[in-house]
Design a protein around this ligand. Structure first.
Ligand code: NDP
Ligand code: 8X3
Length: 255
């Protein structure tokens, strides 16, 4: 059956995916920075599956490569890599954004995802089987004010996922890019620097996706027959949609 490696497993989609995949009988490798949270996630899972937790910052290339290329025993036979570790920081305009926040998003959402993929992929190719499931976002395709670098990192995930498919053609490896819209995880709390009130306001008066909704989609993608590749899957809550173009008029009005 092989193992499932989940980055970002201490919260949100990664945590919910750990539950779904453990219930489906997969052994797991759970990655995130917070060791205490990973221990909590592990404690809540069935003890019928083997679960290894690795406290790791995906931005640290050497640590990623040394940990993920040396997984013990059968956990090293990775059948699915779920790249969920990621974050948005801030929602300000590009002229006022904090460059450290921009760096952190690029380093995590782009470079961290690259490092984890590069660490796991050679084993999959050698075994001739495996699947990489990346967490992109609606922000990859649909711009919004304040989305600037966050959306840019997810556009990278979109194109990287497609290019992986091009590279891996004929090697038995599947690649999917799941692009959710608004989902009430720790995402907004992180985006707003820990401000719970500001985070809660994002989801006020509407029903966002839940982490479990997204995890079920991830599991469904993973369980499709081996000849079926879901390239890209975008999902939103029913109460989220697009708005039209914004126009700045000469009288100062917009809309
Ligand atoms: P959460 O904040 O709930 O979870 C993010 C996870 O990423 C945590 O487990 C966090 O763990 C981990 N993480 C963050 N930085 C690092 C790092 N440097 N190294 C290792 N792990 C890290 O958010 P979501 O579950 O909602 O987000 C998961 C992914 O889905 C992200 O890529 C996000 O961009 C994307 N997404 C989220 C949407 C939403 O509305 N919630 C919608 C669309 C996409 P720890 O802090 O312990 O390291
Ligand atoms: C998270 C969804 O709409 O906040 O990727 O960018 S959104």
């Amino acid at each position: 059956m092989g193992s499932v490696v989940i980055t970002g497993a201490s919260s949100g989609f990664g945590r919910a995916a750990a539950k779904c995949f453990s219930e489906a009988g997969f052994d797991l490798v759970l990655v995130a920075r917070r060791a205490d949270r990973l221990a909590e996630v592990k404690a809540a899972l069935s003890n019928e599956v083997d679960v290894l937790t690795i406290a790791l910052d995906v931005r640290h290339k050497d640590d990623v490569l040394s940990s993920l290329t040396a997984l013990p025993g059968s956990l090293g036979e990775v059948s699915v890599l779920i790249n969920s570790a990621g974050l948005a920081l801030g929602l300000g305009g590009a002229d006022e954004a904090d460059l450290d926040d921009w760096d952190a998003m690029v380093d995590t959402n782009i470079k961290g995802l690259m490092y984890c993929t590069r660490a796991i992929l050679p084993g999959m190719v050698a075994r001739g089987v495996g699947q990489i499931i990346n967490l992109g976002s609606v922000a990859a395709s649909w711009p919004y004010p304040g989305g600037n670098v966050y959306g840019g990192t997810k556009a990278f995930v979109q194109q990287f996922s497609r290019n992986l498919r091009a590279d891996l053609l004929g090697k038995g490896i599947r690649v999917a890019n799941i692009e959710p819209g608004m989902c009430d995880t720790e995402f907004s709390k992180v985006r707003f620097g820990g401000d719970e009130e500001q985070a809660a306001a994002v989801y006020q008066g509407m029903q966002p996706l839940s982490a479990e909704d997204v995890a079920k989609v991830i599991l469904w993608v993973a369980m499709c027959p081996p000849h079926v590749n879901v390239n890209q899957l975008e999902l939103m809550p029913v109460s989220q949609a697009w708005s039209g173009f914004s126009v700045q008029r000469s009288d100062g009005a917009s809309g």
